[in-house]
Design a protein around this ligand. Sequence first.
Ligand SMILES: Nc1ncnc2c1ncn2[C@@H]1O[C@H](COP(=O)(O)OP(=O)(O)O)[C@@H](O)[C@H]1O
Ligand SMILES: [Mg+2]
Length: 250
Amino acid sequence: MSRQSVSFSDELAIRSPELVSLISYPRFSESEYKERVAEMESLGITSIALGGRTIVNGAHVAGKGCVGLVLRAKIGSKTCALKIRRVDADRKNMDKEVALHKIANRAGVGPRLEGHTKNLVAMGFVDGKSIVDWVEGAAKNRLRKMTRSVLEQCYSLDRAGLDHGELSRLNRHVIVSDRPCIIDFESASTARKTSNVTAAAQSIFLYGAVAGMVKKTLQADREKALLALKIYKRDQTRANFDSVLDSLPV
Ligand SMILES: Nc1ncnc2c1ncn2[C@@H]1O[C@H](COP(=O)(O)OP(=O)(O)O)[C@@H](O)[C@H]1O
Ligand SMILES: [Mg+2]
C-alpha cells in the first residue's frame, strides 16, 4: 500500500452524511455512531477532511488498520489525525493503546497525543509518505539521516522499556515527512523484552521490502551488523547501540 500526500477535500461537519459509514465502520450501528459523534464533540473536533491513499466505502481516508480508521480532522485551527475504533476491533476501547502511546511520547517518539475518549484518539497528523515510498529515489545523505533517526527513536523506545511490537513490518509503521515518525502503538507492550532497534535495523538493512530498496543505495556488511545486533540484543547499552550504528552505513 502506498501512502503519498494526496489532496484533502473541503472540511466536512462531523455529522455530514459522507462520514456516517466511516464513523461506525465496517457496519453501521446507531448507538455506536451517536456515541462517537458525541466523543468527537467532546474532543472539540470541528471538521473532517476526506483524502488520502486508502479508499474505504468509496471515500478516501488517511489510513485503515485492524483497530481503527484514521481521518484528518481539525480541532479549531489545529490539524490532527483522528483514529476511530472500528466497531469490529478486538478491543472495547482505546485505553491501553493510549497508555502505551503516552509512554512513547514521553520518550520523544510518535505523533503527539492531543486527546482521547473511549473510541477515539486524536494525535498530530503526519503528512508524509510510507517509508518504502520515501526510500525510492532518496539521495544517499538523506537516506542515511532518515535511517539513523529511525534507529535513534527505536533506541529511545528500548530505553523507555516499550516494545512497539510491529517494527519488523516497518513499512506500515513509519511515515516520513521532514523526519520519520513511528506510528501505531496498539501492539506495544511494557511486558515484553524490547526489540525495537533489532527489528527496525533488520527491516531497514537486512530483510524485506524496505531493505530491498535501501540496498540499492546503502549496503550494510551483513555479518558485522548481525553480530553488533546480537550483542546489543543481550545488553541494550548506549555503547552497544553505537556499535550497531557503526556496523551500519548510517
Ligand atoms: N498520526 C497519523 N498521521 C497520519 N496518518 C496516520 C497517523 N496514524 C495513522 N495513520 C494512517 O492510518 C493507518 C492506520 O493507522 P494505525 O494506527 O496503524 O491503525 P491500526 O491500529 O488499526 O493498525 C496507518 O497505516 C497510516 O496510514
Ligand atoms: Mg496497525
